[in-house]
Design a protein around this ligand. Structure first.
Ligand SMILES: C[S@@+](CC[C@H](N)C(=O)[O-])C[C@H]1O[C@@H](n2cnc3c(N)ncnc32)[C@H](O)[C@@H]1O
Length: 504
């Protein structure tokens, strides 16, 4: 799951559209000895004793760093006018990636942190498809036609809730307004329980190359508690159908930390799902945010695994997936050795954006749809979150339905690249960052406890996150996040609520 290009809350049927510089750094920072890893047990380097200590030291709530600054820094100070001028200023030869957000599902799952709703009316789904095309037309009026595109993603929610005719029209618009590269990745999220008849063939025919499937867990008790009943056979049938339709890329999402999960149950799920040989797997930690997502209040708190159990579950899944031939990528992904994600990770070209880990090297992402986020050289902008006001804004004005955003300063860009390299490469060479290195003296000092705990090593300008430190990547990234301090000092109204989910 990404904080980000995802969904909303209102069911609104039938809404209408109108249409290198290395500079001096205190010597002690570079010459600090790197600490040997302590008591490694297994591939993930997590011993039981050390993990409980770590849980105490590294609790808290942290962002997932799919952007920097993170969405928590977005504000209404950046609106449609700013977004439009940023879009107009895009260099003519700048390639772009496209994201379409569809905030509807066929049924709602209790664990789900996305703001999604059930849109039963076909008219409403068709009308939403029209809105996506109209928004694309408005964006293209600002950035011009025929830009090169290598990634087009449909996320949600469940984008296959778009009727076939709506998806065909959107893809026709995309192909007429952009230059889709022959090796482009076209991807869509699917719910294996609700794949409309003929949809796999439709995706194959439209040139889709990758699908992403939600599974989460196969255990009946866990599924009961999550309100998501999905048999292994349903998932298998979906994978087979899309592969038979020519869509070769398959991602599957699993979650640990769900109600009633145990080390045994998550290991069993990971083993069975690995037998389907998806080329990529995401293994997310359940984000329990009932103060934001009311439906999660239906999950009894006492059924949730404790942080130390979560870490142990994560470690078991890691062991199973490695034994099944998968390699870990970044914080929470696994892929087969020949997969492009692994190649990107090994060559330092892996990227992290609002879609999570990606091979997409493009620096511009244009997001369409309610709550969609766009990434531009000057900053990030997000559309109005809920469907009805998004649709109203599209109908009432000719401009873009932007609600909020954040401008990126030079410091944000520097820290953003550093955090991205940490999250992707499990390390960063500060010498390769275009900055005065002494800028980071306080951060290098703040890494000391993580070094002591064997999560990080620092040798000269090189920061390396150890295998034991992988689950704590966000903690390492957070050391370089100057916005966190400002946000935590910002006054809040009412009872203080965390902005992010638990970091372990
Ligand atoms: C946007 S959802 C789409 C899932 C797809 N519509 C389906 O039903 O299979 C993408 C992924 O986000 C993850 N996700 C959703 N809620 C989450 C939560 N509360 N904590 C962790 N991951 C979550 C799940 O792994 C899910 O598969």
């Amino acid at each position: 799951m990404q904080t980000s290009n995802r969904c909303l809350s209102v069911c609104t049927p039938g809404f209408r559209t109108r249409q290198k510089r290395c500079v001096s750094v205190p010597m002690n920072l570079w010459t600090r000895p790197s600490f040997p890893l302590v008591s490694l047990t297994g591939s993930n380097g997590m011993s039981a004793a050390s993990s409980s200590d770590l849980v105490h030291r590294y609790g808290g709530n942290l962002p997932r760093y799919t952007s920097y600054p993170t969405a928590a820094s977005f504000s209404e100070a950046v609106g449609p006018a700013q977004a439009e001028s940023w879009l107009r200023a895009l260099p003519a030869q700048q390639p772009v990636s496209l994201y379409f957000h569809v905030p509807f599902c066929d049924e709602l799952c209790r664990f789900c942190g996305c703001n999604t709703s059930v849109m039963r009316h076909e008219d409403g789904r068709l009308a939403y498809g029209d809105l996506l095309r109209e928004e694309l037309r408005r964006v293209v009026a600002l950035v011009g036609t025929r830009r090169s595109v290598k990634h087009v993603q449909f996320g949600g929610g469940t984008p296959s809730t778009l009727p076939a005719s709506a998806l065909r029209q959107i893809m026709r618009s995309v192909r007429s307004m952009f230059q889709i590269e022959p090796d482009a990745e076209l991807s869509m999220e699917l719910d294996p329980r609700h794949v409309p008849v003929g949809y796999p063939a439709l995706l194959g025919g439209l040139g889709f190359t990758r699908i992403s499937l939600g599974v989460q867990d196969l255990n009946p008790q866990v599924q009961d508690a999550c309100g998501r009943h999905q048999s292994f056979e349903q998932t298998e049938a979906c994978v087979t159908a899309v592969r038979n339709a020519g869509v070769s890329g398959v991602n599957i999402d699993l979650i640990y930390g769900l109600p009633y999960q145990t080390e045994e149950s998550v290991a069993e799920t990971a083993r069975r799902i690995a037998s389907l040989r998806p080329d990529r797997l995401a293994v997310f930690g359940y984000a329990h945010v009932p103060w934001k997502q009311k439906r999660q209040r239906l999950i009894p708190e006492e059924s949730l695994p404790k942080p130390s159990e979560r870490l142990a579950q994560r470690a078991r899944m890691d062991t199973v997936l490695r034994a099944e031939g998968y390699l870990p990528v970044g914080l929470d992904h696994y892929a087969l050795p020949q997969d492009a994600l692994v190649r990107a990770a090994s060559t330092g070209t892996l990227r992290r954006n609002f879609q999570g880990y990606t091979t997409d090297s493009c620096d511009v992402l244009l997001g369409m749809g309610a709550s969609a986020i766009s990434m531009l050289p000057d900053g990030y902008v997000q559309n109005i979150t809920a469907v009805a006001p998004y649709a109203r804004a599209m109908a009432d004005h000719d401009g873009l339905p932007i609600a909020r955003g954040v401008e990126r300063t030079a410091d944000d860009r520097l820290r953003g690249s550093l955090i991205e390299r940490l999250m992707c490469d499990m390390g960063v060479d500060l010498e390769q960052m275009e900055a005065q290195l002494d800028v980071f003296s306080p951060e290098l000092g703040a890494l000391e406890p993580l070094i002591q705990d064997g999560l990080v090593t620092v040798e000269g300008p090189k920061i390396t996150v150890t295998e034991k430190g992988r689950p704590f990547l966000r903690h390492v990234a957070a050391v370089f996040d100057t916005h966190r301090k400002t946000l935590s000092q910002a006054p809040s109204s009412g009872a203080p609520q965390p902005r992010f989910a638990g970091a372990l």
